[in-house]
Every structure is written in C-alpha cells, then in structure tokens.
Design a protein around this ligand. Structure first.
Ligand code: ADP
Ligand code: MG
Length: 232
C-alpha cells in the first residue's frame, strides 16, 4: 500500500503540489491524470525520494526514503537516464547486481524480445534512440521484480508495438498483485487499463474515482477530465 499524507512541494514560490492526500491499495493500476504542469511528476518524484517536500509518504508501511521501501519500488522517469558507456546488457547486469538478483537471465531475454531489443543488446546507452533508451529504462525497472512501479508519462516516445506490450505488462503486474502508478496527460493512452484515477490540476487532486464508480454512474473518464480541468 502507498499512503501519502499532507504532501506539499514548493519550487521557490511555485506551489507545485498542495496538500495532497492519497492511498493506493496493492494490485491496482492507478492513473495520475492532468494537464502539463498539474504536479504529476512532482508527486512521483516525491514518492521516489528525489525531492525535498513536507508531508509523509509510506510504501507498504515503510517510510519512502528507507532501504526497505526502496526495495519495494521501481521508477521509470519521463526522460530516460542511461549510462552513455554501458551496453543494454550491461545496464541489466548493473541493476540486477545492485539489487542482488541472481536469477534474471530468462526474464531479461523475454523482456528484450518483447521490446524488440535483442539486436540492440550490445549497443551503448549513447548509441540508442530516445525510444530505445526508454525501453531499456522500462526493462531495468521490471527486472528487479518491484511490488510498486511508477511510470512517468511512459508512452511518450514509444512505438505502437512497445505501447501494446507495455499495456499488457501493466495488466500482468496487476494480476500478480503489484501496484502500477502511471502519470499521463493523454487519456486515450490508458482508457482500457485503469482501475483508479486521480485527476490533478494546479497542484491539487480535483477528482478521484474508480472505474466501477464511474461505470455505475454511467460516466466516462474523458467527460470527467474535461469538466474537472476546464480544458477543452
Ligand atoms: P506535470 O508532471 O503534471 O506536468 P510537474 O510536477 O512537472 O507537472 O510541475 C508542476 C509545477 O511545478 C509546474 O508549474 C512546473 O513549472 C513546476 N516545476 C516543476 N519542476 C520544477 C523545477 N525543477 N523548478 C521550478 N519549478 C518546477
Ligand atoms: Mg510530468
């Protein structure tokens, strides 16, 4: 479970996140939806422990900055940050060593195949296109078997086949009881897969709901998004 209590983040004078409270149960696909600048990345970076903020964030009962919490999650940033001089295969080796994971070769092979990266496995980080770097970043995020996985705008820059694979992976993770958090400003990219949505605007959560709740009220996410954010 992820529990965020009274999260506030200011960048100098800009209040990027204002008193956000949210709880996420395990085994769900959670969407942080909102226009550019809404505060989605700031929340995700706070969860990951990359920013200073006020408030508290717990992951499966551990403070997000503890080693125990860090073992629980993976983070796939919006802009991939690979090592220029490590190959694709070396990235996987490096991360599995860091997490002390021994039995990863078969899983790595499957992931490289799913993302059409087998032929690129000896290429250096700096030799890969942005989309390929994004794929390596996703593979490295998955190879550590996280219970919580945070994707910041994951579809941007991926080809259609990779987007399809990634959506299947989201559903597989959910079926294994893992929690997936996806930030996006593109509703179409997540329509079939989401369980619970938090719509953000100007640093606040202005709508929260589950797919069942929306279906029961005969509402659709797109209408709610445009009504809530006032963007057309
Ligand atoms: P989103 O991911 O929803 O597009 P962000 O969390 O990136 O939104 O940004 C929220 C607000 O914080 C925006 O007004 C943005 O300009 C501001 N912001 C984000 N990062 C920084 C930063 N490093 N320095 C100053 N302002 C920032
Ligand atoms: Mg963002």
């Amino acid at each position: 479970m992820l529990k965020i209590t009274s999260l506030n983040k200011k960048y100098h004078k800009i209040e990027a996140v204002k008193n956000v409270n949210l709880t996420v149960d395990n085994g769900n696909i959670i969407i942080l939806l909102g226009p550019n600048g809404a505060g989605k990345s700031t929340i995700i970076k706070s969860i990951v422990g990359l920013l200073k903020y006020t408030g508290s964030i717990e992951i499966n009962g551990f403070s997000n900055k503890s080693v125990e919490a860090k073992r629980e999650f993976s983070y796939i940033p919006e802009t991939p940050a690979l090592y220029d001089l490590l190959t694709v295969e070396e990235h996987i080796e490096f991360i599995t060593k860091a997490y002390n994971i021994k039995d990863y070769k078969e899983k790595a092979k499957v992931l490289l195949e799913r993302f059409d990266m087998v032929g690129k496995k000896d290429k250096l980080g700096k030799e890969l296109s942005k989309g390929m770097q994004q794929k390596v970043s996703i593979i490295c995020g998955l190879i550590t078997n996280p219970n919580l996985i945070l994707f910041d705008e994951p579809m941007i820059g991926l080809d259609p086949k990779a987007i399809k694979e990634l959506k299947s992976i989201f559903l597989e993770l959910k079926s294994q009881g893992k929690t997936v958090i996806i930030s996006t400003h593109i509703i179409d990219s997540i329509t079939d897969i989401w369980d619970k949505v938090f719509i953000m605007k100007d640093g606040e959560i202005i709508f929260r709901g589950s797919k069942e709740e929306l279906n029961a009220r005969n509402e659709n996410l797109e209408d709610i998004f445009f009504k809530a954010t006032g963007v057309m």
